[in-house]
Ligand binder design. Structure first.
Ligand code: GUN
Length: 298
């Protein structure tokens, strides 16, 4: 068994972030008569996306945020989807808009993201917002999963300043913005950041030298025990469904880290599930409040 103090508890930390957000929502309503609202669009029937979208809508209800869940058939055309985004852009009662990724193959995701009003881009996917993060802005929208990782570290008492941090993965949603946050100045930055990916040579040479590893490479149990040093801090962003004979569903969820091998060597480590997952939604809710405040001049 892994001692409890080793685990970075995403459930508890996300609950405290959500409690702060709920208080902000209550204040917006009581003091200003404003109800924050988030529109979540799902195109098609991808089962994992259905789960994520439902979780986001449910969290809105819990925190007092109005949610508009828009489910469109998988045959929806690019033009039809753009028309929905346009309607939401123009609707002043909607503060945040997100289109669940990935959309069906015939949809040009980049064009959809760029069509969302940057002021309502609570995913922080729009080039304008990505660019601002890269240039060091921290009081606008922040990328939800990477932001959640920095909050997990900060609230677990783990400083990133001057540390060797290895980010595994270079996706636009996690790897690249994660590196940007860690590299920037400030309490959750100031790190020396190395980004490794599928084409990195001798990848374990980098991970063995790391003080902190953020695994977001999308491969089940990729980071093995012999790839890390004693005392490393490991944050596992991966969520992979793998076959499991003993599970009723026939599947189980594992991260990008071989937990049983890595945890004994780690000073601190996130579990999957119950680590990064709940943080992503908590930070999405915070971005929605930032959107609402800005659009109301607060
Ligand atoms: N798919 C996986 N993660 C995300 C996310 O953070 N936002 C959206 N819109 N889609 C996703």
């Amino acid at each position: 068994m892994i001692p409890e103090e080793k685990l970075i508890d995403g459930k508890t930390i996300s609950a405290s972030v959500n409690a702060e957000t709920a208080m902000e929502v209550a204040e917006l309503k009581e003091k200003h008569g404003i109800e924050p609202a988030l529109a979540v669009i799902l195109v098609g029937e991808d089962p994992a996306s259905q789960v994520y979208v439902s979780r986001k809508a449910k969290m809105c209800v819990e925190l007092g945020i109005r949610s508009e869940k828009i489910v469109l058939p998988k045959e929806t055309t690019q033009e039809e989807l753009l028309a929905v985004v346009d309607r939401l852009n123009k609707d002043a009662s909607i503060h945040g808009i997100l289109v669940q990724s990935p959309p069906p193959k015939h949809i040009d995701e980049k064009a959809i993201v760029e069509a969302i009003d940057p002021e309502k881009d609570v995913d922080c996917f729009h080039a304008q917002n990505v660019g601002r993060v890269l240039m060091g802005e921290r009081d606008g929208f922040l990328p939800c999963t990477p932001w959640g990782v920095t909050v997990l570290l900060e609230r677990s008492g783990i400083s990133t300043a001057g540390k060797n941090v290895v980010v595994l993965g270079r996706s636009n949603i996690v790897g690249k913005p994660m590196a940007a946050l860690l590299l920037g100045k400030g309490v959750t930055g100031d790190a020396t950041v190395t980004v490794c990916h599928s084409r990195t040579k001798d990848l374990a040479d980098y991970t063995r030298r790391a003080d902190i590893i953020i695994a977001a490479i999308g491969k089940p149990e990729f980071l093995k025990g012999d790839m890390v040093s004693e005392g490393v801090v490991v944050v596992d962003v991966g969520i992979n469904r793998v076959p499991c004979e003993t599970a009723k569903t026939g599947f189980k969820l594992v991260g990008d880290v071989a937990f049983d091998e890595v945890a004994p060597k780690a000073a601190k480590i996130t579990p999957v599930p119950g680590g990064v997952g709940p943080m992503t939604i908590a930070m999405l809710m915070k971005n929605t409040i930032r959107a609402c405040r800005r659009q109301n001049g607060l």
